[in-house]
Every structure is written in structure tokens, then in C-alpha cells.
Design a protein around this ligand. Structure first.
Ligand code: BDP
Length: 699
């Protein structure tokens, strides 16, 4: 019987090998991108042979093997090592390597740490907790996928910050605000009864890169998420994600006590309001004992908040913090600007929050966007990171590319986030240091599209977010390479082209959209395409002309002492680097200065000629991305190759549109000729102004 089964198994295995040899050669089989960076395609060449020779046996140390992380780590290693090619083909029992999982039951801060320790014939994954074991398993697989010999993997890691969190801007009806990858992945309508397999695959993907927290709904929050009806739905998700080390958070609408609680106020100092939130929190914790807490957008862009009752942000946040108690965390957003405030919008968050330093409860974290404005292709870091030493802080970045070409454009954001994380705040460290006790939040780019993110390369932004939140010191190149190897191919020729493409892509977008520190020139509401001419909207800061301030004499926003003096919100040593328009990094020139069109830039060109040359550089870079991708056909399966080829054609078309429309508009303001040899815009300004896209996604 045993022998028969062996024979059947062997025939099946041989068939499998033949089938995989035929079908799984990277360039031959069509793939739809669903497997993300977790494809674990069979390793070829020497590393494949080595893995087959070792045919590792996985064991969990007895007594500790029953925890959820250990079980998942075990299953993950079984499944993925087999997929990478480790089988029993070449190894006799005596020569097989061993992978030992030693997972503890710590609930402390160290539960996510892990070590991979080489042993005589194999290795041991050790963690004080369950989540750490799973992270260790994924780290090992990542190393092996890069072609690293199993026996030489040695790691000792712990996360750089406690919260590594995705913020979904998803509404109960499945619409995703600023989502470019289809509808929401959360099927609130059918929950709790129906738990889509996607919810598990999503958790697995997050765990593989260390993401440990998910806010499931839009910051422009519906109070529905706080109703009793939604509790079982939330519970079902939280239960499904718990083994993956993920805690569920909810965006809370500040006016909920009025909206759904039957009270006539949401004043945070009103005892009835305080009791209402406390009772809500108790009900949630009764169902979800490890509920993460609330994310709140208050008194910003029309959202309700404590200021509606003459209270401060600290009053509001602390009231919710008291309701959660030691059980959870309030993430309070610093993205505020007021309809009544005439000062520079880029100054307002600092002005409102800095005086509140030290006034927030210990379980409140202030979530601050990377730049002082709003997820633009390039902004200087937010000055709040260099302030408020008595407040826990969190960095918020946007993976969904609202301002960088939606999911159509190839724009790898790792370099942009690293620019922020590594920025010296002038307060004794960099931005990453300033969020070490808080965390990093990424506005998710994930939707119901089969490939999750609307394009294959947008998966790299989800990936980079997780990796950087785990370790902000990781280099962009390392992250891009890791992702490209796991997603496409380990072939050095392929990587020598695709990794530089990824690294250069974001600067290309900056150049053709908003060069030299320009910002917020996108179309009204949907933010699709150029509209620098818009100047007639009710509030000044709704208009692109507010940000570029172009007139006959020059262009740019004076944020020095002669202007809004936003520069003074930075530490003196940092401000000093931006104060002299002739000596500073010109990537931020027009962010901080209003300069004449004939201002001499560091290239020796006038500002006007330099701007045109940057637009041209951006278009050329987009064309280069397209050509380089087209040269990679032999390395990529036909389905993913064709999809990206189509998107890159859109990117080139839209890069030219951005350049031409912007130049046509600037010329209408400055009356200047183009530099010699520069191509005139394809159409006149009226043509670009007349374009309209009421159906643009994500609004
Ligand atoms: C802006 C988006 C808007 C968001 C807002 C926010 O356009 O949809 O609600 O950010 O972060 O960039 O709250």
C-alpha cells in the first residue's frame, strides 16, 4: 500500500516537474499578477540545484508549535519552498537540511522580532512571539528567492516602528476614494457570512512585508462603521487577520454620537458624549479584544471635529483615547487647513498643532503627511517632524498615486518616501527617528482589480511601503531589486534594466508634471492632468494659481520672510539650506521662492529655459521607460508584459500633454519665446483648457 502510494506520488511529482518545466518558465506562461511578489517561481541554475539538493525538512519545536504564527510559518515554508523547487528529488534523508521554527508566546514589543540562526545542517528561525516567526519565514523565503544559499542566511531583525499600517480610503458601498484599482476589496454587503479568499491572501501579502495594522475605511468616514450592524463584519475580518499579526482599526467620524447615537452634540467635553464613546469602545472590544483603535480626520475639508464646539484637537483626541483606555490607540491626523484661514495653507497644520505639544494622551499618535501640503510629486518634509518632541508621531504617505498619474503611470515611490524618511529635521535626527515611537501609514493603492493595484508596478509601492516601515534605512535600489526578482525574474540582464527604470521613474513624473518645486497644478477635483490655469474657484487654496503664483514678473511661492515665512517653521539649520535661491537645491526652488523668469539657475540657463528643459527631460524619461520595457519582452510573461506596455504608452502620451499644456500656459503668462530648438506645444492653450474628464476615477 505504502509502496503503491509512493509510486503514485512519484508519477505525480514527475508529471508536475515536467508540467512546471514547460509552463512555469517565466517568459512562457501568462500571469495575471494576483500572486504579487509571492509567486515563488522555481529557482533555476545553481541556486535551484542547491535548494533541490538540500530539500529542507521543516519542524516546529515541540510545545511551541501550536501558535497561529508558527502554524502559518510552517505552512508558508512548506508551500513556498516547494514552489521554489525544493523537493525530495535529490536528497536522501541523511543529507536533507533542516529548518527549525522556534516561536514563543510573547505579547510584548519583541514579539515581532526574529533571528535566523545558521546551524550545522540547516537553520533555526527564532522569535519571542508568533508574528516574528511568520516574519522570519517570509524573510527567509525572500533571501532564498534572491538566490542566496539557504545555509548562509543569517538575520537578526526587529521593526523600526510599532505601527506599520495601511489606510484604506474605502466606503461602505465599495467605492474607493482616490482608488485606481477597481472597487474596494472589502465586501461589507456580504460580511460577516461571506469571507472572500482575498481577505486571507491580502493578510498574507501584508504579513510578508511586515504590515501589522489596517484601517478598513475612508478617513472621510461613514458612521456606519461604528454601528452594531457592522460589528460582526469587523469581527470576522479581525479574526481572519489576527493569525497574520494584523490589528484592525476603524476611521471614526467625530460626529457619530449625533449621527447614530441619538445625542444632540458631539462636544468632546460633554459627559454624555464621553460615555457614548466609552460604551462604543466597550462593545467593540467585547467582540474584537485586540481592536487597534480609531483613525480620525477632524476639522479638515468639511469633516466634523472638536473645533465645532470650541475645543482643541487635543480635547477631541484625548476624549477618544480615554474611551479606548489602555486597549488601543487614537491616530489623529494633522492634515488640516481651514476655510477661514487666509495664511499659507502649507503653514496651517504646524500653526495649529505645534502649540499642543505635550497635551496629547500617551495612546494618541499624530499622523502627519510627508509634506506640508498634500502628497505632491515632490514636497519638502513636513516641519512638524522637527517639532513636538512630547508627542508620538506617525508618517503618512500615499501609495495610491492621486497626484502621480494614477495607476497608469510607472512611478516608484520608494525613493520619494526615502527622501522624507532620511530628511534631517534639525532636531537631532531624521524623520524616521521622529516616528520611531509611532509608525508609518500608507494610503492603500489596493482594489478589486485582479492584480490588486491597477498595474503590476504599483504592487512595488505596496511592497516598498511595508519594507520601509519595517526598516526605513533600506535603500531604494535594494527594495526595487528584491521586488523585481520576486515579481518577475532573477535574470541579471533583466534586472540591470528594470531596476534603474524603477529608480528613475518618480523623478520623470516630477519633471513632466511639477518641476523645480511647483505643486498642486492638477485638474480640479479629480486631479487628473494639468490645469495650472484654474483660478476662479471659491476658496483661494482650491486653485492651482494659488500655488504657482505665476505672473509677468516671475513664478513660485515666496515662503521666506518676505512672503508667508513658512520657512521659519523649520529648524534654523534646515531653513538655512533653502533660504538662498541661488545656492539651494533647485528641486525645491519654486516651493520656497518667487523668482523672475530670467533668474539665472545653476545650469546657467534662465529659469524659463531651465523649466522647459526639465519638462523635456521628463518626457524623454517617460519615452525611455517605454522603450526599455519594450526591450524586456523575453523576460516577462505575455499578459503582464502587454498590460504594462499599454500603460507606458498612456504615460508617454500624458507626459507630453503635461509638458505641452504647462508650457502653453506659462507662455500665456510670461509672453516669452521657447528656447531655440524646443518643440512648440502640439495645441494652443484653449485646446488644453477645454479638455474635460467628468468620469475620471477615484473622485
Ligand atoms: C487629499 C485627497 C482627498 C483626501 C484628503 C485627505 O484629495 O480625497 O480626503 O487628501 O488626506 O489629497 O484627507
Amino acid at each position: 500500500m505504502m509502496r503503491e502510494r509512493c509510486l503514485v506520488n512519484r508519477i505525480a511529482a514527475t508529471c508536475c516537474l515536467l508540467v512546471s518545466a514547460f509552463w512555469l518558465t517565466p517568459a512562457a506562461s501568462a500571469e495575471d499578477g494576483y500572486d504579487l511578489w509571492l509567486r515563488h517561481a522555481p529557482l533555476t541554475g545553481e541556486s535551484g540545484q542547491a535548494l533541490r539538493d538540500l530539500a529542507p525538512v521543516i519542524t516546529s519545536v515541540s510545545g511551541q508549535s501550536n501558535g497561529p504564527g508558527a502554524k502559518l510559518a510552517y505552512a508558508e515554508l512548506q508551500r513556498s519552498l516547494a514552489s521554489l523547487g525544493a523537493g525530495e528529488a535529490n536528497a536522501g534523508e541523511a543529507t536533507r537540511a533542516s529548518i527549525v521554527l522556534q516561536c514563543g508566546h510573547s505579547n510584548g514589543a519583541d514579539r515581532e522580532a526574529f533571528r535566523i540562526v545558521p546551524e550545522q545542517r540547516g537553520l533555526r528561525i527564532v522569535s519571542p512571539g508568533q508574528a516574528g516567526c511568520l516574519y522570519g519565514a517570509f524573510a527567509l523565503l525572500r533571501e532564498i528567492s534572491q538566490g542566496k544559499p539557504l545555509m548562509s542566511v543569517a538575520l537578526d531583525e526587529h521593526p523600526a516602528m510599532p505601527l506599520r499600517m495601511l489606510n484604506h480610503w474605502d466606503d461602505p458601498d465599495g467605492h474607493v476614494e482616490r482608488g485606481y484599482a477597481g472597487r474596494s476589496i472589502f465586501d461589507w454587503w456580504h460580511l460577516p457570512e461571506l469571507l472572500d479568499q482575498r481577505m486571507i491572501d491580502y493578510a498574507r501579502a501584508n504579513a510578508s512585508i511586515g504590515i501589522n495594522a489596517v484601517v478598513v475605511n475612508n478617513v472621510n468616514a461613514s458612521p456606519l462603521f461604528l454601528t452594531d450592524r457592522y460589528l460582526p463584519k469587523l469581527k470576522r475580518l479581525a479574526d481572519a487577520w489576527r493569525p497574520y499579526g494584523i490589528r484592525l482599526f476603524v476611521s471614526a467620524r467625530f460626529s457619530a454620537p449625533r449621527d447614530i447615537g441619538g445625542l444632540d452634540t458631539a462636544d468632546p467635553l460633554d459627559p454624555h458624549v464621553r460615555n457614548w464613546w466609552k460604551a462604543r469602545a466597550d462593545s467593540i472590544y467585547a467582540e474584537i479584544p485586540d481592536f487597534g483603535g480609531f483613525l480620525v480626520k477632524a476639522n479638515s475639508e468639511g469633516q466634523p471635529g472638536p473645533q465645532d464646539y470650541g475645543r482643541t484637537h487635543a480635547d477631541g483626541a484625548n476624549m477618544l483615547a480615554a474611551a479606548l483606555g489602555g486597549r488601543g490607540t487614537v491616530i489623529w491626523r494633522a492634515f488640516v487647513y481651514s476655510a477661514e484661514d487666509e495664511t499659507d495653507r502649507a503653514k496651517q497644520a504646524y500653526a495649529e498643532f505645534e502649540p499642543l505639544d505635550g497635551k496629547f494622551a500617551p495612546n494618541v499618535i499624530l499622523q502627519i503627511k510627508n509634506g506640508p501640503l498634500d502628497f505632491q510629486p515632490r514636497e519638502p518634509f513636513h516641519p512638524l517632524f522637527g517639532a513636538m518632541p512630547g508627542t508620538r508621531k506617525m508618517l503618512e504617505v500615499q501609495a495610491t498615486k492621486e497626484y502621480l498619474g494614477f495607476a497608469s503611470h510607472l512611478a516608484i515611490l520608494g525613493p520619494m518616501w526615502t527622501e522624507a524618511l532620511q530628511a534631517d529635521t534639525g532636531a537631532g535626527g531624521n524623520v524616521a527617528d521622529s516616528v520611531a515611537s509611532g509608525g508609518m501609514a500608507g494610503v492603500a493603492n489596493i482594489g478589486s482589480d485582479r492584480n490588486w493595484t491597477g498595474s503590476i508596478f504599483d504592487q512595488a509601492n505596496w511592497y516598498a511601503f511595508g519594507r520601509l516601515a519595517w526598516d526605513p534605512a533600506l535603500g531604494s535600489e535594494e527594495i526595487a531589486r528584491e521586488w523585481a526578482v520576486q515579481t518577475f525574474s532573477v535574470d541579471p540582464q533583466f534586472l540591470s534594466i528594470v531596476v534603474p527604470m524603477m529608480l528613475e521613474s518618480r523623478q520623470a513624473v516630477v519633471d513632466y508634471m511639477t518641476p523645480m518645486g511647483l505643486a498642486h497644478l492638477m485638474g480640479t477635483d479629480h486631479h487628473y492632468g494639468p490645469a495650472p490655469w484654474v483660478c476662479d474657484l471659491e476658496r483661494p487654496e482650491w486653485n492651482p494659481c494659488y500655488y504657482h503664483r505665476a505672473d509677468k514678473s516671475g513664478i513660485g511661492f515666496d515662503r521666506t520672510a518676505t512672503g508667508s515665512n513658512a520657512l521659519s517653521q523649520y529648524a534654523p539649520a534646515i531653513a538655512k539650506a533653502w533660504i538662498d535661491p541661488h545656492a539651494m537645491d533647485e528641486d525645491y526652488l519654486l516651493w520656497f521662492h518667487h523668482v523672475a523668469w530670467d533668474f539665472e539657475t545653476q545650469s546657467g540657463r534662465t529659469l524659463w529655459h531651465e523649466l522647459v528643459s526639465r519638462y523635456d527631460r521628463g518626457v524623454a524619461a517617460a519615452e525611455k521607460l517605454r522603450e526599455e520595457w519594450n526591450s524586456l519582452e523575453q523576460f516577462v510573461d505575455p499578459e503582464r508584459f502587454a498590460a504594462e506596455r499599454a500603460l507606458l504608452a498612456i504615460q508617454v502620451k500624458e507626459a507630453i500633454w503635461w509638458r505641452d499644456a504647462s508650457i502653453a500656459y506659462w507662455q500665456s503668462i510670461n509672453g516669452l519665446d521657447l528656447p531655440a530648438g524646443a518643440r512648440p506645444p502640439a495645441h494652443d492653450l484653449a485646446y488644453y483648457k477645454a479638455l474635460s474628464f467628468p468620469e475620471a476615477p477615484g473622485q
